[in-house]
Design a protein around this ligand. Structure first.
Ligand code: SF4
Ligand code: SF4
Length: 220
């Protein structure tokens, strides 16, 4: 999921200072799981905005704010309350905020900072697991991503700085390649032996190359 953090209240207040009335949009998927854009946060934000003297004309929590067609449907459903607002404040990732922006002629502000694609270990503890490199190597590394979890993104085993199994860059963390070797051993797959070619970064989607149309699951 997309791990996001709430913008500080001072930053939100500054963003909204030129607007009197606000319609709030949350997201029932990642933003709810990260506790930045679910029911509780929308309610708390509404209370805070009203204390600051803003009018909150209404709020909606979309199932997945990043789904443009569904976002458009919800924007239509709440059109009267949105029409009364000077601005929409979206508590969802940047993709969600852009769905809303695409569906509304009102100014759209985002109240969160998206951080990375990650996993939830437990509430409040998130771990970056994948950098979306476009050429997944997990099948050969025991399901542990070296691109993301090795501080140097190395593909062929540990660097010379690894010390007693710990990472040179962050000695509090176990070296990613030690974890990979242990996992491969546990799986009786043997330690990765071939030399991995330098990553073909042309397979990674980059800003500007961000629209695709394909059958789900296929590469072409
Ligand atoms: S190898 Fe690439 S696609 Fe696979 S988990 Fe790592 S960053 Fe993500
Ligand atoms: S010590 Fe291990 S995890 Fe840290 S940078 Fe070197 S190879 Fe990567």
């Amino acid at each position: 999921m997309i791990i996001s953090a709430a913008k500080e209240r001072t930053r939100r207040a500054a963003l909204l200072q030129d607007y009197r009335s606000v319609f709030l949009v949350g997201c029932g998927a990642c933003a709810t799981a990260c506790k930045v854009g679910g029911e509780e946060e929308i309610f708390a934000t509404q209370e805070w905005l009203e204390e600051l003297g803003h009018d909150v004309t209404g709020s909606a929590i979309l199932d997945e704010a990043c789904h443009i067609m569904r976002a458009a449907r919800e924007v239509r459903r709440f059109r009267d309350q949105i029409a009364e607002a000077d601005v929409l404040l979206v508590l969802a990732c940047g993709a969600g905020a852009q769905s809303i922006s695409e569906c509304s002629d009102k100014p759209v502000l985002t109240g969160v900072d998206p951080l990375f694609l990650g996993n939830v270990r437990r509430f409040g503890q998130y771990e970056e697991k994948c950098s979306l490199c476009g050429d997944c190597i997990l099948n050969e590394t025991g399901g542990i991503c070296p691109v993301t979890t090795c501080a140097k993104g190395l593909l062929n085993g540990p660097c010379g700085g690894m010390d007693d199994g710990c990472c040179e860059v962050d000695p509090e963390r176990e070296c990613a390649w030690v974890r990979i070797a242990k996992r491969l051993e546990d799986l009786q797959q043997g330690v990765f032996s071939r030399v991995v070619e330098p990553k073909d970064w042309s397979r990674k989607f980059k800003p500007g190359q961000h629209s695709i149309e394909r059958t789900p699951g296929s590469r072409k």
